[in-house]
Design a protein. Structure first.
Length: 188
């Protein structure tokens, strides 16, 4: 009985260690985006020995106001020497998930993503894929955020533009009346 329990324990231990080794072949990174103004660079690079491994690169950031975001990443393959296959590019947070769209041509893979009127909070931009180059691969890109003006700000701006338009129209009428009076003709 003791040998059976020892055998079961050994089998379970080997399965768990095998699963841990398999899980360690994936490349997972999370980094915080530091914005320099409204945009920031993002990217990752994988060296020799990473061929065939999957990767998940998470870039986190926090916004304090309602905002719009746009982002793009690009990966360029150099024959079979350097390359990635990015399979997913998403933005998630606060119950929202925006999925990027991909274009690919002759070893060039480009992903773009846009989302509008996102609420303040913590967000994660994720690039997921597989290293295909014999010497690894890399991708790089950019993320830009822009605050969305509040409704009251937009209303005040529109009211201000209306006042400027009214003042310009009034000035034109006065100028036209002044020119007419100075020429000796009566306004119609």
């Amino acid at each position: 009985m003791k040998n059976v329990i020892s055998g079961v324990f050994l089998s379970v231990s080997l399965m768990l260690s095998s699963a841990a080794v398999h899980a360690s072949t994936d490349i997972n990174h999370t980094s915080t985006i530091t914005f320099n103004g409204p945009s920031s660079s993002i990217g990752a690079s994988y060296g020799a020995g990473t061929t065939g491994k999957t990767f998940t690169e998470n870039f986190t950031f926090e916004q304090g106001t309602v905002f719009n975001v746009s982002s793009a990443v690009i990966s360029i393959a150099l024959d079979s020497i350097s390359g990635l296959n990015i399979s997913s590019f998403t933005l998630s947070g606060n119950g929202v998930t925006a999925t990027g769209s991909m274009t690919s041509s002759s070893g060039l893979q480009t992903w773009t993503l846009r989302a509008s009127n996102l609420t303040s909070g913590l967000y994660t931009l994720s690039a997921i894929g597989k290293v295909t180059g014999t010497n690894g691969g890399s991708f790089g890109g950019n993320i830009s955020v822009a605050a969305v003006p509040e409704n009251s700000t937009v209303a005040m701006m529109l009211a201000g533009l209306g006042l400027v338009g009214f003042a310009a129209a009034r000035r034109r009428r006065k100028s036209a009346m002044h020119e007419t009076n100075s020429s000796g003709l009566m306004p119609a």
